[in-house]
Design a protein around this ligand. Structure first.
Ligand code: CUA
Length: 385
């Protein structure tokens, strides 16, 4: 009697808690958490997601059966105070065989797709594959497109429907490349290449994150995946290929054009209507040098304040081994500080004046830029789209 009352009380409490649980669970709507791995957007991510779903279904079935049997036994075989001692048994071969074989079969059913998935995700993609080289830096990401001779940072543009093969390493410590909507985590090491591939299914901008503790600003070593339709991606590539070295800044333009030949050839093959391909147009300054005096002042500051020592403004033929992110298209990026702050004029100005206040420990020093100077620099950088 006493037990039944207690059970009833417990039930009532559970009944009260249930709506609360539903409410809490509804806050777990993946829209609130864009960095979710539970809504895959690529073939690669689906392999992992399918394995997880399979495993979860088996776990749920085991849970329901075991807990069901337990609850059934509790109520069906409940003892009363004056019951005699139950019959004592030792061992039951049949039951022992069953509870050894059944879990072994379930584990096999999980192991088969898991092992297959491991092989699939570690295979080398073939066919129409876009190669992207990823270099981890404290605390930002460099993305190079060797076939297109392009370099960018912190926002990797990829075409939807084409497999992208990432070849990854790092300039300093161990990081981990993780674009959760598209793939799992993959560590990146110095002097060793790790690979990852996926084919994006949906256009959009999605967050990514360094997933290996790599120093004080590990948490702000994020990036964006900009998945674009093939046409949008092609337009982006064509645009980026205009962001080459400036004619006056380049001491040996003939040389740089030679090394840029791969990109130029590719560009030529994609744009047959480009006669001669003489390096007249591919120049960021020629493309967008606004008459704005702030732009000119910003350019001068950029060259004299030390910015150029760490940042390149060339997407084409960009120098390797720069300490800071490539800024060729910084004006068009969604975020600054490696996916950390929205790329507004206000944030950019604050960043230029005092990066240490926004991202403590970042390798960019405070350069003593005044608010007025920052305004000019923002105008200059904003024009680099
Ligand atoms: Cu790089 Cu954490």
């Amino acid at each position: 009697m006493h037990l039944r009352i207690r059970a009833l009380r417990l039930l009532r409490r559970v009944a009260f808690a249930l709506p609360l649980l539903v409410l809490v669970a509804s806050a777990c709507n993946p829209d609130h958490y864009p960095q979710t791995a539970l809504r895959p957007l690529s073939d690669y991510a689906r392999i992992g997601d399918d394995i997880q779903t399979t495993t979860f279904k088996w776990a749920l079935a085991v849970f329901v059966l075991v807990e069901g049997a337990l609850i059934y036994a509790i109520f069906r075989f409940k003892g009363k105070p004056d019951d005699p001692e139950p019959r004592q048994v030792h061992g039951n071969t049949t039951i022992e065989i069953i509870w050894t074989v059944v879990p072994a079969l379930i584990l096999a059913a999980i192991a088969v797709p898991t092992v297959r998935g491991i092989f699939e995700t570690n295979s080398t993609p073939t066919g129409d594959v876009l190669r992207v080289e990823v270099v981890g830096h404290q605390w930002w990401w460099e993305f190079r497109y060797p076939e297109l001779n392009l370099t960018t940072a912190n926002e990797v543009h990829i075409p939807v429907g084409q497999t992208v093969s990432f070849h990854m390493s790092t300039a300093d410590v161990v990081h981990s490349f993780w674009p959760p909507r598209f793939a799992g985590k993959r560590d990146v090491f110095p002097n060793r290449e790790t690979r990852m591939w996926f084919k994006a299914e949906q256009a959009g901008e999605y967050p990514g994150q360094c997933a290996e503790f790599c120093g004080i600003e590990h948490g702000r070593m994020a990036f964006r995946v900009r998945a674009q339709t093939p046409e949008e991606f092609q337009a982006w590539v064509s645009h980026m290929q205009t962001l080459g070295p400036k004619p006056q800044a380049s001491a040996a333009p003939a040389d740089s054009m030679r090394t840029a030949s791969a990109g130029a050839k590719l560009q030529a093959s994609q744009q047959p209507a480009k006669p001669g391909a003489k390096p007249t147009a591919p120049d960021s300054a020629a493309v967008q040098q606004p008459a704005d005096p702030a732009y000119a002042a910003g350019e001068k500051l950029f060259m004299t304040k030390g910015c150029v020592g760490c940042h390149s403004l060339q997407a084409v033929n960009a120098p390797k081994g720069m300490i800071g992110p490539n800024l060729a298209n910084v004006g068009a990026r969604s975020y600054i500080g490696a996916g950390s702050f929205q790329n507004t004029d206000e944030n950019l100005s604050r960043w230029i004046q005092n990066p240490q206040a926004m991202k403590k420990g970042v390798l960019m020093p405070n350069l003593g830029v005044t608010p007025d100077e920052a305004k000019s620099l923002v105008a200059y950088l904003r024009a680099h789209k």
